[in-house]
Design a protein around this ligand. Structure first.
Ligand code: LMR
Length: 397
């Protein structure tokens, strides 16, 4: 049956990560996949997560099925975390959530709902965006188009973005990044969120906000500004939430599709449809990681430990960004790293072309995405000089 299959390119992010693991050269540097790395280049299990996990394992009595939308307690905790500064949304009972297989699963479930119930609407994704956005929507046969995020010089341009979004048809769907824009690291200011909201309202656009880096761009409160503002003012929207990065639970696949509706009935009905779509796709999401998040967010003591750990991670990423800016200025190649100076969160795009990026991998064992994205947290005191000088060499500056 599959005799005539053709070879296709593997996923650019996951396959790069595999290549990095296979690379035996001790000087190798991973600036590819979006994992938080500490100053020793390690992605550690968070202390709060270890404590909660140990406790849960000691208490576990069964591993029976849970429903298609996972743990209610976990979903409620994610809602409380996200809407800490917008409690009226919770009080009005117009938000609910479905636990999903990571943040990717949340985007996928959103795409399934769109495909099933509003197939003619166009989904507008950002250019550039996380590579899998395009993959998820197009794989389902949903119509996608893109809006620009950068100008011709590769700098973030709110004007370009707004000009394009203001021309999209009424009632289309807009995919936004809540914080820590992937891949550029450029986030909207509060004023820009407000401006964008006016257009979204006027055009009755349905937003899906991808929230994969909550707490890792600036802090938990500031990072949820856009989500809170939009949720306060709009009747309907989705948030695709991920606990991969802020809880370091990457392979446990912990996410949530947060569903905003007009009232309790409205969002419960959407959740029921989401539940049935989850059932026909994968039956139910894995419970282990979600139980850990639920435990951390339920205990005041664990919450404090987790929040402090997250803050330290974010501070380290900010420090690595500053280190990169300083080193590139000392080595006289700041212009390649202009994005790093202004962005937030794990990512930044640097000005190298495809050949230069491939040479960086082949000659210097430095791995970054071919779209020009680097993971800032892959940089540390031990490799900064090497990374900047290698990038300078390949760019021929
Ligand atoms: C990334 O952007 O590198 C991460 O979100 C990992 C992934 O699944 O692509």
């Amino acid at each position: 049956m599959f005799d005539n299959l053709e070879w296709i390119s593997p996923d650019p992010i996951l396959s790069l990560s595999e290549k990095f693991i296979e690379d035996r050269n001790p000087r190798k540097v991973d600036l590819g996949i979006g994992l938080y790395k500490n100053s020793n280049g390690i992605t550690p299990i968070m202390e709060s997560v270890k404590i909660a996990e140990k406790y849960l394992v000691s208490q576990a009595e069964d591993k029976v099925y849970k429903g298609s939308v996972g743990l209610d307690g976990y979903c409620n905790k994610i809602i409380s975390l996200l809407y800490k500064d917008a409690p009226e949304i919770i009080a009005e009972e117009r938000v609910t959530a479905a636990q999903t297989v990571g943040g990717t699963g949340a985007v996928r479930l959103a795409a399934e709902l769109i495909k099933s119930y509003s197939p003619r609407r166009i989904v507008w994704i950002c250019d550039p965006t996380w590579e899998n956005h395009r993959g998820i929507f197009s794989h389902l046969g949903v119509n996608i188009r893109s809006y620009p995020y950068l100008n011709e010089k590769g700098e973030f341009s709110f004007d370009c973005m707004i000009e394009s979004i203001s021309k999209i048809p009424f009632e289309d769907i807009l995919v936004l990044h809540g914080c820590g824009h992937n891949p550029t690291g450029y986030d909207l200011t509060n004023n820009q969120w407000m401006h964008l909201l006016e257009i979204v309202k006027e055009k009755r656009i349905f937003p899906i906000i991808d929230m994969a880096y909550h707490g890792l761009a600036d802090n938990l409160n500031k990072d949820s500004y856009g989500v809170n503002l939009f949720s306060e003012q709009l009747d309907e929207m989705f948030v695709a939430y991920s606990c991969s990065k802020n809880f370091g639970l990457y392979r446990d696949r912990v996410g949530a599709l947060v569903i905003l509706g007009k009232n309790k009935d409205h969002c419960s009905k959407i959740k029921l449809h989401a539940s049935n779509l989850a059932r026909v796709n994968y039956s139910s999401p894995p419970i282990h990681g979600a139980s850990i998040v639920n435990e951390v967010l339920s205990s005041n003591e664990l919450y404090q430990i987790w929040a402090a750990e997250l803050e330290r991670m974010t501070t380290r990423v900010k420090g690595a960004r500053k280190m990169l800016v300083r080193e590139s200025s000392e080595q006289g190649c700041s212009e390649i790293f202009l994005g790093a100076a202004r962005g937030e969160g794990l990512f930044s795009t640097i000005l190298l072309n495809l050949n230069e990026i491939r040479r960086l991998k082949e000659v210097y064992n430095i791995y970054m995405l071919e779209i020009g994205r680097i993971n800032i947290s892959g940089i540390n005191k031990n490799n900064i000089e090497y990374v900047v000088s290698a990038i300078k060499q390949v760019a021929g500056t």
